[in-house]
Design a protein around this ligand. Structure first.
Ligand SMILES: [Fe+2]
Ligand SMILES: [Fe+2]
Length: 179
């Protein structure tokens, strides 16, 4: 997706911050529901999922602080991201550890692609604070994505429909938020 000048009354850098904030809310819910299921059936995954959740909570705060500094409000996609996050986390963990890792890879790879496109856009605009805010989370999201790959989340053919649905939803919700 390309990031262009907004025609509405919220400019694109502010929209980016809001969409990312909503996305972080969704991400916290993914890892919360995966943790809920994992504590019964996949205890060994708990420390990893807890570390992901900590990262996402920190990201959520980073974006909210910057939005508030600009007197912004939540994105219209906030609750959709939240509910979607719960559902994706729950469904993926019902499919076992490979499901969890397929979900991680699918979500985080869409996120990393968007962050990189946003950064290219923000570099051209002179909004250094928005740029710094977005870049501050990039390494964490790449790390989440790569852990998904290491645990076999990218290639297993049986999980292709799950990955596809999650990617479509994540992409869709970002586009909706940016409209
Ligand atoms: Fe995040
Ligand atoms: Fe993440």
């Amino acid at each position: 997706m390309e990031y262009k000048e907004s025609k509405g009354n919220v400019d694109t850098p502010n929209k980016i911050l809001k969409v990312n904030h909503a996305g972080e809310f969704g991400a916290t819910n993914i890892y919360k529901s995966q943790l809920f299921i994992s504590q019964f059936f996949m205890k060994d995954l708990v420390p990893l999922l807890e570390s992901f959740l900590e990262d996402e909570k920190r990201h959520l705060n980073i974006f909210w602080t910057e939005i508030r500094a600009r007197n912004g409000i939540r994105c219209k996609s906030y609750w959709l991201c939240g509910i979607g996050g719960y559902v994706m986390g729950f469904v993926s963990s019902m499919l076992g550890r490979k499901g969890i890792m397929a979900c991680t890879w699918a979500v985080e790879s869409v996120v990393v692609d968007h962050l990189q496109t946003q950064l290219r856009y923000l570099e051209r605009k002179s909004d250094q604070r928005a740029y710094d805010t977005v870049i501050s989370i990039l390494e964490d999201e790449k790390n989440h994505r790569d852990i998904g790959i290491e645990h076999g989340g990218r290639n297993n053919i049986w999980y292709a429909p799950l990955r596809f649905s999650i990617k479509m939803f994540t992409e869709g919700v970002i586009r909706f938020g940016m409209r």
